[in-house]
Design a protein. Structure first.
Ligand code: NDP
Length: 255
C-alpha cells in the first residue's frame, strides 16, 4: 500500500480483550496500529503474541495510561513524530469502577488529525439511559440539546459526592455496577458533544456485545474476535458516515 494512503490508529487498553482483538483486525486490514497498554510488560507481551498472526510489522507498542494525561501527551507526540497524523482512535480501556479521563484520550487524538478521523468510544448496553432510574442525572444525560461538559461534570461530581456519603443507593443512580455504568453513560454523552463540535469527524459509541474477557469474568457469549468486529466496523466506516450515534453492537440504538 502506498505510504500516502496509509491509515494510522491508536487503540487504548489493547494488551488483552476487545482492545487486543481490535488491534489484530485493524492491522490485518492494513492499518498501522499503535497497541497501547498502561503496563509496558503486558503491552510488549501482547505485541509478541501478534507475531503468530503475521501482522506484527503493522503494529507498534506505546505505553498509555488513560487516567494519566501526561502519558497521553507523550503518546500524542509519538504519533505526530512517527506518522504525522492519526486516522482512528479506539477509546477502549476500562475497568469496572473506573471513570475514563476524556482529556487524556482526546489529547492523544488531536496530535494531528487526518481529514476525516474516526473516534470510537467503546461503551456498554448497561450505560443506556433506560437503565437509569428517573431523576436529575438521567434528565441531564438524556437532553442532547443542552448537553455540555459542565453538565456531564455535574452528574459525575454528584455521583462521586453521593458515593462518598454512602448514598449510591438513592433512587437516582443505576443499581447495576454504578461507577462503571455512570462513567460509561458520561462517555456516551461526551461522544455526542464531541460529534457536534467536530462535524467532519466520525465519532460514535459502540458496544462490542457481551464478550468473553477478563472484564466479563469470561461469562460473555461472544469471542474476542466477534466483539472486536463491531468496533472495527465503526473504525473503518467510509467518509461521510453517521456520527454522534450509539451502536449496540451493530445496529444504531437509542442512548
Ligand atoms: P478487559 O478487562 O479484558 O480489558 C480491559 C483493558 O483495559 C486491559 O487491557 C486493561 O489493562 C486496560 N486498562 C484498564 N485501565 C486502564 C488504564 N488506566 N489505562 C490503560 N489501559 C487500561 O476488558 P474488555 O476487553 O472486556 O473491555 C474492553 C472494552 O469493552 C471496555 O471499554 C468495556 O467496558 C467494553 N465492554 C466490554 C464488554 C464485555 O462483555 N467484555 C461489554 C460491553 C462493553 P490491564 O491489563 O493493565 O488491566
Amino acid at each position: 500500500m502506498a505510504e500516502a494512503v496509509r491509515r494510522y490508529a491508536v487503540v487504548t487498553g489493547a494488551n488483552k480483550g476487545v482492545g487486543f482483538g481490535t488491534v489484530k483486525q485493524l492491522a490485518s486490514k492494513g492499518v498501522v496500529v499503535v497497541l497501547t497498554a498502561r503496563d509496558e510488560k503486558r503491552g510488549l507481551e501482547a505485541l509478541e503474541k501478534l507475531k503468530d498472526f503475521g501482522i506484527s510489522d503493522l503494529v507498534v507498542f506505546h505505553q498509555l495510561d488513560v487516567t494519566d494525561s501526561a502519558s497521553a501527551a507523550v503518546l500524542a507526540d509519538f504519533v505526530k513524530t512517527q506518522f504525522g497524523k492519526l486516522d482512528i482512535l479506539v477509546n477502549n480501556a476500562a475497568i469496572n469502577g473506573s471513570i475514563i479521563n476524556p482529556e487524556a484520550f482526546i489529547s492523544a487524538a488531536t496530535a494531528k488529525l487526518s481529514d476525516s478521523p474516526r473516534i470510537i468510544n467503546v461503551s456498554t448496553g448497561a450505560a443506556k439511559l433506560m437503565n437509569f432510574p428517573n431523576g436529575w442525572p438521567k434528565e441531564v444525560l438524556s437532553d442532547a440539546g443542552t448537553l455540555t461538559e459542565e453538565r456531564i461534570d455535574s452528574v459525575l461530581n454528584g455521583f462521586l459526592e453521593d458515593s462518598k456519603q454512602g448514598l449510591q443507593d438513592t433512587k437516582i443512580w443505576p443499581p447495576v455496577f454504578p461507577p462503571y455504568t455512570v462513567s460509561k453513560a458520561a462517555l456516551n454523552a461526551y461522544t455526542r458533544i464531541l460529534a457536534k463540535k467536530y462535524p467532519n469527524f466520525c465519532i460514535n459509541c459502540g458496544s462490542p456485545g457481551f464478550v468473553k474477557t477478563d472484564m466479563s469474568f469470561n461469562a460473555g457469549i461472544l469471542t474476542i474476535d466477534e466483539g472486536a468486529e463491531s468496533i472495527v466496523r465503526l473504525a473503518l466506516l467510509p467518509n461521510g458516515s453517521s456520527t454522534g450515534l450509539y451502536f449496540s453492537p451493530k445496529e444504531v440504538a437509542p442512548f
